[in-house]
Design a protein around this ligand. Structure first.
Ligand SMILES: Cc1cc2nc3c(=O)[nH]c(=O)nc-3n(C[C@H](O)[C@H](O)[C@H](O)COP(=O)(O)O)c2cc1C
Ligand code: SF4
Length: 430
């Protein structure tokens, strides 16, 4: 067992070299087969790369699961204006810690993926937008980029191919909302990091008003394998609708929390009971947030047959999101947890949209009242009503992220709210 935990059921493609410090160096990465795909990709040409990524079925790992190859094909084919590739490394969703690990342990994998993606979409300039708190991570990445320049994998005329790609690292200021792709572009331009109304979409008018593609770190890290091994090899893991492997960040009340790379579609209960060693001593499962704090909570019954693919988690009643699996046992105070999540979103709301700005603050206030034993049953109706007005009415979906935990917890754990309202005490076991 290495990196702090691994499991025999893992299929370690992206995380193969996690825990090996030498893999961070350009020489160490080359010794592990790295950077072989660049010449292959330049020989294939842009259209063939996009077709291969489309055929692989790779879906974006930043949360929405949009097919990466399709997104790339939206970029204009003319060469008239500068194009940009933006790698989203803002990773701030509560429960997520996979992009940080990809950047810390396999920085050259994402650099290699970015060079191929930039070439495919005709971008000569790419940026990595890093979460502000990723101090060590950013330094590791910056060093890897420097080494890639020295080795001739970045800059002008890469490997004599005539292809030019520059990568610049930019550190955010620690705002969750800058992970939203249009806020990210504003922030990168030096403006206030607030989301823009879409359309226009980034492929039409993105960074600096130019055609741009935004992809998550894990999405871009998957590209070298797809180019090297082909779309069929990629599809050998996962399901037809959700091909490939995925890094699942498991946190909460399991014995071995951590990042585990598994085929999409892996059963949730096997992930908890086997891969993560089961619940903590003497505890039982109360619920799981399967995709980061912005998706609906599943109760234990819904977890029983949940498969961790994009379609499987929807069928169970939630969303895969970025696959940050937060496991809660019977000691969990649901009211407190939901209040804390809503408090996070209220703090991170950029304030442009009234339903989000006012709704998140009101929801937090009401939840705190209930938590402190000063709530009424009517408060539950108010919470449902306020949050229903926050869905689909705003510029970005941060607002919907407030509605998901509030509504799902009231629907599925109503008794806990009622008990708190009646007795002022936390329900269930200590
Ligand atoms: C409030 C909010 C925060 C987001 N934060 C992130 C983030 O930290 N990292 C990320 O990759 N995507 C984040 N996204 C999704 C991005 O807008 C975008 O869809 C994603 O980076 C696209 O990459 P992909 O297609 O490779 O998944 C966020 C979206 C919203 C609405
Ligand atoms: S939904 Fe919230 S975070 Fe998103 S743009 Fe509107 S106010 Fe800002």
């Amino acid at each position: 067992m290495a990196y702090p935990y691994t499991h025999e059921k893992e299929v370690r493609i992206l995380s193969k070299h996690f825990g090996e410090p030498e893999a961070r160096t350009v020489e160490g990465w080359k010794a592990r087969g790295g950077y072989q795909t660049l010449s292959m990709a330049f020989e294939m040409g842009r259209n063939a790369i996009i077709d291969e990524v489309k055929a692989s079925g790779l879906r974006g790992r930043g949360g929405a699961g949009f097919p990466a190859g399709v997104k790339w094909s939206f970029m204009p084919q003319d060469g008239g204006r500068p194009h940009y590739l933006l790698c989203n490394a803002d990773e701030s969703e509560p429960g997520t810690f996979k992009d940080r690990e990809l950047l810390r342990w396999a920085p050259h994998q994402v650099i290699e993926g970015m060079i191929i993606a930039a070439y495919a979409i005709r971008a000569e300039q790419a940026y990595v937008y890093c979460r502000g708190e990723f101090f060590e991570t950013t330094q590791i990445l910056a060093r890897a980029i420097e080494e890639a320049y020295e080795a001739g994998y970045l800059g002008k005329d890469i490997l004599g191919s005539g292809v030019n790609v520059d990568i610049t690292v930019h550190c955010g200021g620690g705002a969750y909302i800058c992970g939203e792709e249009t806020a990210l572009m504003n922030s990168l331009e030096g403006r206030r990091g607030t989301p823009r109304i879409k359309p226009p979409f980034p492929a039409q008018a993105g960074y600096m008003g130019m055609p741009s593609t935004v992809n998550n770190v894990e999405t871009l890290s998957s590209i070298p394998f797809i180019i090297q091994e082909g779309a069929d090899a990629y599809r050998a893991n996962g399901t037809a609708e959700s091909p490939g492997t995925k890094l699942f960040c498991v946190s909460g009340h399991v014995r071995r929390p951590g990042n585990y790379e598994l085929p999409l579609g892996f059963p949730l209960m096997e992930l908890i009971d086997d891969v993560c060693g089961g619940m903590k001593e003497g505890r039982t499962l109360k619920g799981v947030i399967p995709g980061g704090s912005s998706v609906p909570i599943l109760n234990a019954e819904e977890c029983a047959n949940c498969e961790m693919s994009f379609e499987g988690v929807i069928a169970a009643g939630s969303q895969l999101g970025c696959a940050a699996v937060i496991v809660m046992d019977d000691s969990t105070d649901i009211v407190k947890e939901v209040r804390r999540m809503v408090g996070f979103y209220a703090h991170e709301s950029c304030g442009q949209c009234t339903p989000c700005r006012e709704g998140s603050a009101w929801a937090e206030k009401i939840l705190r009242r209930i938590e402190e034993g000063r709530g009424t049953e009517e408060d539950l109706d108010t919470l449902m009503e306020v949050t229903s007005q926050m869905e689909g009415t705003t510029i970005c979906v941060l607002s919907d992220s407030v509605a998901a935990p509030v509504q799902s917890s009231i629907n599925k754990f109503r008794e806990e709210y009622l008990s708190r309202i009646r007795t002022g005490e936390k329900a269930g076991v200590a």
